[in-house]
Design a protein around this ligand. Structure first.
Ligand code: ADP
Ligand code: ASP
Ligand code: MG
Length: 424
């Protein structure tokens, strides 16, 4: 007997037939004698619809800025998961399985106060553990918890992954299975590169980079939690026949295991390629080259909650003036330009230039720590395809390259093949 948390994403619960199919996956584990908790997302497209409704509410007179109370946003967008948790509980009951739905506040899953992007602080797992022990399946609404203000709080887009891993940690599950519309984590997004290969295992740190750099198969926070709490997490497909051979394998289920790097025997130099769309570049020209200038730029941007990513400062030719270039999400460009305009005197620059619609493509692999020349191969491969590089950043295990938006798919495929990831 094992304790298993199973999470099903939006496409896996997109309609009643698929919810029934999910119930069959759950039944397989229950019939095998395991204690099961299930976490569900909203039906696919539902959260987008709910977010759209909030964003299309009337704006404040004279302003184009979205105006809404973040607590009401959460009350609205959390509703999608409430529906699927109830539907799945009914589907399970109709198969003779003892099951009930749980909303985040009922457990409760306690979060901080950051409505719209809340972090889970604590989960009281005792009640669920007791009922699982009595043979009841807990069907938990993902993406939501209860804030310190006693209001619903949502965990940011893709947050049901985090709900699942956090619950797995809280109930000390033997395994957390993230069921989705692909059968594992691939060397790159299989929608962009059909030759992408499924990875049998990927190290926590690599998965963290992949997720942070755009691979939306897992929310970043879920990988952090899995790493910290050592949750044995698999990414697998909900679309396979629930009763196919091997589906119920306790130790080696089909899919990709996210694990410690020591568990990976054959470590490649490069593990995967990720991409993030909708990046924008801002350049400040002829900036005074003096101490404190970076603080004068990035301080006000941080106060405005604008996430600055790649930063490049040119060498000053005459020792007095320089240029500074950095990236922000495209959606934040207008706000960033406003903040920089308001602080022009303090910062001291000549002109601002900006360009939206860029893409950041990243090469990720723990093996880079001990191999030279990985970056050079990327630059060579992109140059051969005539793709211009606008900015570069590197860390121990990743290289990120900023390019023009229309080249995104070509760049992903080019890098994927440059490192031989399409060959088994
Ligand atoms: P869910 O609704 O189940 O949470 P998501 O849409 O959030 O599913 O995540 C699954 C999607 O992630 C896949 O359909 C795939 O297009 C995308 N994806 C991006 N990068 C990768 C990758 N490296 N491996 C697998 N899937 C990836
Ligand atoms: N339904 C939420 C979203 O679409 C949470 C999730 O699916 O993980 O972002
Ligand atoms: Mg997701």
């Amino acid at each position: 007997m094992a304790r298993i948390v199973m999470k099903f994403g939006g496409t896996s619960v997109a309609d009643l037939d698929r919810i029934h199919n999910v119930a069959r996956h759950v039944k397989r584990e229950v019939d095998a004698g395991h204690e099961v908790a299930v976490v569900v997302s909203a039906m696919s497209g539902k959260t987008n619809e709910l977010v759209g409704w909030v964003q299309n509410m009337p704006k404040v007179a004279g302003s184009n800025a979205p105006f809404y109370d973040a607590r009401e946003y959460d009350a609205i967008v959390a509703s999608g998961e409430q529906v699927t948790s109830g539907l799945l509980a009914i589907a399970l009951q109709s198969m003779g399985i003892n099951a009930r739905s749980w909303q985040g506040w009922q457990i409760p899953i306690r979060t901080d106060n950051a409505h719209g992007a809340a972090r889970i602080l604590d989960i009281e797992g005792a009640d669920i553990i007791r009922r699982m022990g009595e043979g009841q399946v807990a069907v938990v609404a993902g993406f939501q918890g209860l804030g310190p203000d006693n209001r619903l709080a949502t965990l940011g887009r893709g947050g049901s992954d985090t709900s699942a891993v956090a619950i797995a940690a809280a109930v000390k599950a033997d395994r957390c299975d993230i069921y989705t519309d692909v059968d594992g984590v691939y060397t790159t997004d299989p929608r962009i590169e059909p030759k992408a290969r499924r990875l049998k295992k990927i190290a926590f740190e690599e998965m963290l980079e992949m997720a942070s750099l755009g691979a939306k198969v897992l929310q970043v926070r879920s990988v952090e939690l899995a790493m910290v709490h050592k949750v044995r997490t698999f990414v697998r497909s909900s679309f396979e026949d629930p009763d196919a051979p091997g589906m119920g394998d306790l130790l080696n289920p089909p899919g990709t295991l996210i694990c410690d790097e020591e568990e990976i025997v054959e470590q490649e130099v490069v593990t995967g390629i990720a991409y993030a769309k909708d990046e924008a570049q801002i350049s400040l020209r002829r900036l005074a080259d003096r101490p404190g200038v970076s603080a004068a730029i990035f301080g006000p941007l941080a106060e405005a909650h604008i996430n600055v990513d790649m930063i490049v400062q040119n060498i000053s030719e005459d020792g007095s003036k320089t240029d500074m270039t950095f990236t922000v999400p495209s959606g934040d460009v207008d706000k960033a330009l406003r903040v920089l305009g308001d602080n022009k005197e303090k910062i001291g620059y000549d002109v601002i230039q900006s360009e939206a619609g860029l893409v950041k493509v990243s090469v990720i692999g723990i093996g880079m720590r001990s191999h030279a020349g990985v970056a050079a191969s990327a630059f060579r491969a992109l140059a051969d395809k005539g793709i211009n590089i606008k900015a570069i950043t590197t860390s121990e295990i990743k290289i990120s390259i900023l390019i023009d938006g229309p080249y995104a798919e070509l760049a992903v495929r080019t890098l994927h093949s440059a490192y031989g990831l399409d060959k088994s």
